[in-house]
Ligand binder design. Sequence first.
Ligand SMILES: [Zn+2]
Ligand SMILES: [Zn+2]
Length: 222
Amino acid sequence: MSNDALAHPDRVRASHWITVLRRQFPELQAELTPSPHRSGLGRQRGGADRHGPSEPLRLRVSDTVRDITDGVVELEEAVHDRLGLPPTDRGTVEVRLARLAGLLERVEADPPLMRHLLEEVSAMARRCSGTLGDAEPVVRLRGRCPLCASVSLRAFPLRRAVLCINPACRCPHPGCGCHADRAHRHSWPEDEWAELAAGGALTLEEITAALDGGSTAVAVSR
Ligand SMILES: [Zn+2]
Ligand SMILES: [Zn+2]
């Protein structure tokens, strides 16, 4: 692009995406704090555990919050490194994005760095809005989790997976992902569904029906 009217388009775009991300990231974080007044999972139907400690945690949301938090820290560090600035101060995602916005003029003098920043920040902003707009279908299963005894089993048809959404639930295997980090929940692969059904006092048919979008379970997704 050699049009003067479009001077510094990358800087304009970068500024735009930083603004979008700064506006949307708090909304994403808010999604992790379920409230009876907020629309979202658990709003419909009179499920007994709607507002209990096992209220559905939106796994994709927590993954996205974690990845964007890490991504913004890494991006700010990379910019500081490349520009020869001192190490970054601590700060929330919003604070770091505001500081990055303040550095755009200097970043602009380094076109490869500007391209990197633009790619990173636009990808994060798109992912943030994509996750906000997503409503991954979730189906609540009858019965209790055989590990934690909560009414917290959910089927995720798109992933063909059954998860326990109780954040405190851990299986006995330390190597399992449910021990690895807070965003991970224990899930049962298909070949363990029969065992899960037996342990959770439900039937294998209920699990497969839920994963196929069947009507024997109560849909809790919006
Ligand atoms: Zn559990
Ligand atoms: Zn596990």
